[in-house]
Design a protein around this ligand. Structure first.
Ligand code: ARG
Ligand code: ZN
Length: 899
């Protein structure tokens, strides 16, 4: 049944304390749950309803006495409870079967150890409970298990007792000093070892930090520990938020649906975001570990100390915490250029996942209005668009104002379960003179209206009057359930770029800019809140190029009909690095779109040389630039990918898009052949491996260059580069260089790729995370005449493939269906059939992973024929199944509803 935001009602009972005792056993774990409850005095007396899911109920006692109860579906209902408002004791004894738990929600096994995942509604798979985030209780947990098999027993908070039991068993008792909602409960039991570090925080308190992994993995935890230490220090320094626990634990598991989970004091992580060593993890992996460790740690305040009243408020904690982890990574990156690179990477992520989501059948507001399955709303809209909304507060009130808003938020709400409105109000109240406070109700439309707004800009220069007039207007396309939108509050950070690249002084004839610190020199922020606005700039000596939405100041699409020359000026000279990169992207997009409408023989053929000489020359200028950082150069030199090009089209022809982009790439590769060689030689050596921004950037650019050289070699029959790439692959001192070399061979389609893959397998087949990459890289290679699907078919038969381990399943299935546009969207529809079979198969094991895979068809209605009809047939085949999970059912129903 559908849950609606406006149906929220407070719980009929409060739970004050929970005392859990676990007898851990793989097939039959016993759970004794003793709670103190009391009626919510604000509500009329009613029955107690406890959530459960796949539990075996053995006993229910109220104040030590047997009692009557009934089941309503999966809920346990108690009617005859003590009257009045006095607390009473409820004791429930259940068993569950962790070994059969392939959903990985609740209590499950991974590599012989016990783990839990409770967010959002997993606690009900462990015991009967009022499983909603506004019920906050004090937890005491006793774990009992075989000592040899499960020497380490962990739960939230502090260890208060431990000891031996009969029959080779032992126990540990944990007490969490903080009240928490059930979704933050966790336990871990198994053979684990920990890297430990004691730190003293600013306040002078000592804390024990621990990172638990399987015994062989300890050498891969240094980066995680360093990231954790940085996180603790950063949250204290930037937000005055200290670690509130004596002990903070992180535990890694190789079977996990999500990236990680912020359980109070006991974060549980997918190994992918903990383990990192130079020989098996890439620079991107090191960065991801840093940001996810930060993310989960920052939840300790934004999520745990102040939590969500109900799951519609999910972005309250997720949007805010993504914002915080992005700021953390930017602050650690330290140089302005490295910060800009992080910002560009975040925006690439938003555009590749969130923009399509906002334009497709699953479009929903940052604060959704309804759901069938909440697991489907851990989306890039809630996370990444939510973080952009939080960033706009900071843009509107300034960095100091934002800090004051955060302070007020914690003053008011520490220990509470609250809503997005509470956060917005605290930000506005702390900054009463701001545009945010003035426009608060309108600003909050960012939470209620879905869809990506479009800002249209048109500039005219009047040389006689020395004025420049900029007309801005906003609109937002209809989305499912929301045909008409009201205007948003859009901070437009802008500058006017003169011919020599200088930012012109910004003097408005009337109206004003936002009164905040934080705009870099030459930039000001105009707050667009009307549907249209006209800005007239005075004393403008020569025709400028407007540089708009600098730093991506709002999550919108900019529609400005720049001339080619104007974009070239921005690319060469804009003081805002984000817009410099953006100009290159726009030039690339425009080339692709023009080439797409140029008639050619056959629909997959593409014009031979789509890129203009001037654009090529500009890219050469960036590549050879004496001052720009390598990381930035690599971003500018990377063409927009197939999916981003597809995002711009009203009708999507995947094979044609791929052919056009390949033609662009082929030209970029051959025309800059000597420049790539120069770049490769210049950047290829980075010395002893360090995952810092400078050497990461060098490796990234060297990798791009090597790939280009291998491809141009294929085109010109030069044998030397594939050989060099193979050599580099063999000799590489770190996984980034090794993977880039392998990728260069795969992308060029050279026969040495097969040899490299074999060798890779020999080297890494015992390292799960490196093996995931081995699977994914083969699936990610450019499709050549439909060769990827047969590769995928073969890989899922490989003895190391498994549908049960989410990381492995995703390394082939999500990579294929979500990330290889041309490989997946075949004219014969075979990719779609494959998708339907896998969704159905996976749904029986793990609905959450299955419903993510189901999302690969989001864009089907925009496809050209014959893709569209083939896609619909496959989706309908899944829809016809009568036993789908709610997770997949919701996605498939919404997908078919668009037409
Ligand atoms: N709260 C976790 C995080 O963002 C993710 C939990 C994922 N849960 C889910 N049902 N998908 O850090
Ligand atoms: Zn989170």
């Amino acid at each position: 049944t559908v849950t609606r935001r406006l149906d929220y009602a407070p719980p009929a009972f409060w739970i004050d304390t929970v005392d859990l005792t676990f007898d851990l056993d793989p097939t039959k774990t016993r759970v004794l749950n003793k709670m103190t409850l009391r009626r919510n005095p604000d509500l009329a007396p009613q029955a107690l309803r406890l959530d459960g899911d796949e539990l075996n109920l053995a006993r229910v006692l109220v104040n030590g006495q047997g009692t009557s109860f009934r089941m309503e579906g999966e809920q346990l209902v108690l009617e005859s409870l003590p009257e009045g408002h006095e607390p009473f004791e409820l004791e429930i004894f259940t068993t569950c079967n962790p070994e059969k738990n392939t959903k990985l929600m609740g209590l499950f096994l991974s590599g012989g150890a016990f783990f839990t995942q409770c967010e959002a509604e997993g606690f009900r798979r462990i015991t009967y409970f009022i499983d909603r985030p506004d019920v906050m209780a004090s937890y005491t947990v006793t774990l009992r298990a075989d000592k040899a098999k499960y020497p380490v027993l962990l739960s939230n908070g502090n260890l208060v007792d431990e000891g031996e039991l009969d029959g080779g068993r032992h126990f540990a008792k944990w007490q969490d000093p903080h009240k928490k909602p059930s979704y933050l409960f966790a336990l871990v039991a198994g053979q684990l070892v920990a890297r430990e570090q004691r730190i003293v925080s600013r306040s002078g308190k000592e804390h024990l930090l621990q990172v638990y992994v399987r015994p062989g993995d300890l050498d891969q935890t240094e980066h995680a520990m360093n990231s954790l230490i940085h996180s603790v220090l950063w949250d204290e320094a930037r937000f005055g938020l200290p670690l509130d626990l004596e002990r903070f634990m992180i535990v890694a598991t190789s079977d996990f649906n999500a990236g990680a989970m912020e359980n109070k004091g006991l974060n549980i992580f997918n190994t992918k975001y903990v383990l990192a060593k130079a020989s098996t993890a890439t620079d991107a992996d090191f960065d991801a570990v840093e940001s996810v460790i930060g993310h989960e740690y920052f939840h300790n305040w934004t999520g745990n100390r102040v939590t969500c009243r109900d799951w519609f408020q999910l972005s309250l904690k997720e949007g805010l915490t993504v914002f915080r982890d992005q700021e953390f990574s930017m602050d650690l990156a330290s140089t302005p250029s490295a910060r800009a690179v992080k910002r560009i990477e975040n925006v690439i992520g938003l555009r590749s996942a969130q923009f399509p989501e906002d334009g497709g059948p699953m479009a929903h507001p940052v604060r959704p209005d309804e759901y069938l399955e909440i697991g489907n709303f851990y989306t890039s809209t809630v996370y990444e668009k939510g973080s952009e909304v939080v960033r706009m507060y900071q843009t509107l009130v300034g960095r100091d104002g934002f800090r004051e808003g955060m302070d007020l938020y914690f003053q008011r709400h520490d220990g509470q379960a609250v809503t997005c409105d509470d956060f917005a109000q605290a930000m506005a109240d702390a900054n009463p003179a701001s545009d945010l406070a003035r426009l608060l109700p309108q600003f909050k439309r960012w939470y209620s209206q879905s869809g990506t707004p479009v800002v249209k800009a048109e500039g005219t220069y009047d040389p006689a009057a020395r004025t420049y007039t900029l007309k801005l207007s906003q609109s937002c396309p209809p989305t499912p359930g929301q045909p008409v939108k009201e205007p948003f509050v859009i901070p437009v950070r802008l500058g006017l770029v003169a011919e020599d690249g200088r930012d012109l002084p910004l003097r408005l004839e009337q109206g004003s800019f936002a009164q905040v610190q934080g705009d870099p020199d030459g930039s000001r922020t105009y707050v667009l809140s009307d549907q249209q606005a006209t800005l007239t700039f005075l004393d403008v000596d020569s025709e400028p190029v407007p540089s708009l939405m600098r730093g991506f100041s709002a999550p919108v699409k900019l529609d400005c009909n720049y001339t080619f020359e104007q974009l070239m000026r921005l690319l060469a000279k804009d003081s805002d690095p984000f817009n410099r990169w953006e100009a290159a992207q726009l030039l690339g997009l425009r080339t692709a779109i023009d080439a797409m409408s140029t008639p050619t023989a056959g629909e997959t053929a593409a014009p031979a040389r789509p890129l203009s000489e001037a654009y090529i020359a500009a890219l050469r200028g960036v590549l050879r630039h004496p001052e720009l950082d390598a990381a930035f150069k690599a971003l500018v030199l990377s063409l927009p990918d197939d999916d981003y090009i597809a995002e711009q089209m009203s009708e999507v022809d995947p094979q044609r898009i791929h052919a056009v982009r390949e033609a662009m790439k082929a030209q970029l590769v051959t025309d800059l052949r000597d420049d790539w060689e120069w770049a490769y030689d210049h950047y290829k050596d980075t010395g002893a491996y360090q995952p810092d921004p400078v050497s990461t950037g060098r490796r990234s650019l060297a990798g791009l260059a090597l790939s280009a050289l291998c491809q141009s070699a294929q085109a010109t029959n030069e044998a030397i580069w594939p050989g060099k790439a193979y050599q580099r692959f063999k000799d590489a001192g770190n996984m980034t260089d090794r993977q880039n070399a392998l990728n260069a061979l795969l992308e060029s389609g050279h026969e040495l790729a097969a040899r490299a893959l074999e060798r890779y397998y020999e080297l890494f087949h015992t390292e799960a995370l490196a093996l995931d990459k081995w699977f994914a890289l083969q699936v990610l290679a450019p499709d050549r005449g439909g060769n990827i699907l047969p590769i995928v078919q073969k890989l899922i038969k490989h003895p190391d493939f498994s549908l049960r381990t989410p990381n492995r399943a995703r390394s082939v299935l999500s990579t294929y269906c979500h990330r290889n546009l041309a490989g997946f969207h075949r004219r014969d529809g075979a990719g779609y059939n494959f998708w339907a079979d896998r969704v159905i198969e996976l749904d029986k094991l793990n609905p959450q992973v299955a419903s993510r895979l189901a999302r690969a068809m989001d864009q089907w209605a925009r496809l050209a024929e014959p893709y569209r009809q083939a896609a619909r047939t496959a989706i309908e085949r899944v829809a016809a199944k009568t036993d789908l999970s709610n997770d997949v059912r919701e996605v498939i129903t919404r997908t078919l509803a668009v037409e």
